[in-house]
Design a protein around this ligand. Structure first.
Ligand code: MD6
Ligand code: FE
Length: 200
């Protein structure tokens, strides 16, 4: 299996076949029908440019009260189960016996981005975070545990998987931009990013 290591991130290009990507998008559509995408607001009151929802025991939410995991969607319902097509990728590549509690679903439309951040709302940083890219290409920037310093960037393409564990688990990372319309996977363009996490 082809693997790149950049800044401690393990990148698996083309991990998902085109057929597997189509199946996964169908599974995600069912999740989104039950748990609609919403625009989170940062604790400082800025609307994020990505839209989000989740599957699993917990979903990640952000609003004026802060960033946190919640057992229910903002509309009050429980989150749908994580589709087995997505869990299978975790079983292949995560290297842990734990099961993910959350699959965060981020949708990037034209112009959406995600600033450099750390994933640190989970309890156990010995557990990795695994991310799956579907749809349009995205420029992924990887930095350091502390703010600042040199960064490296890579274009993530549909079907690529990134595992952020070990020394990289608390490194800053973000999406500078997407190439809107670069992939035929989503008929109206855009990018889906799935991140699987062990929460508690
Ligand atoms: C994205 N990804 O690819 C944003 N987080 O759209 C993340 O924030 C991320 O790719 C943790 C681990 C891997 C990631
Ligand atoms: Fe992240």
């Amino acid at each position: 299996m082809n693997k790149l290591q950049i800044q401690g991130f393990d990148i698996y290009p083309d991990h998902l076949s085109p057929d597997a990507q189509v199946q996964m998008v169908a599974d995600i559509r069912k999740v989104v029908q039950a748990a609609p995408l919403f625009h989170p607001v940062t604790p400082r009151g800025q609307q994020m440019s990505v839209r989000m929802t989740s599957a699993g025991r917990f979903g990640w939410v952000s609003d004026r009260r802060g960033y946190r995991y919640e057992a229910t969607h903002p509309n009050g319902m429980e989150w749908p189960a994580i589709p087995s097509s997505i869990l299978a990728v975790w079983q292949d590549l995560s290297g842990t016996d734990r099961t993910p509690d959350c699959c965060l679903i981020n949708f990037y439309g034209e112009g959406a981005r995600m600033g450099l951040h750390q994933d640190k709302d989970e309890q156990d940083f010995s557990q990795p975070v695994l991310s799956i890219s579907l749809g349009d290409e995205a420029l992924f920037r990887m930095g350091n545990v502390e703010r600042g310093g040199a960064t490296r960037s890579v274009w993530l393409r549909s079907g690529d998987v990134v595992v952020m564990g070990g020394e990289a688990r608390l490194r800053h990372h973000g999406i500078d931009r997407i190439k809107f319309g670069s992939s035929p996977l989503l008929p109206n363009g855009g990018r889906i990013n799935l991140t699987l996490r062990v929460v508690d």
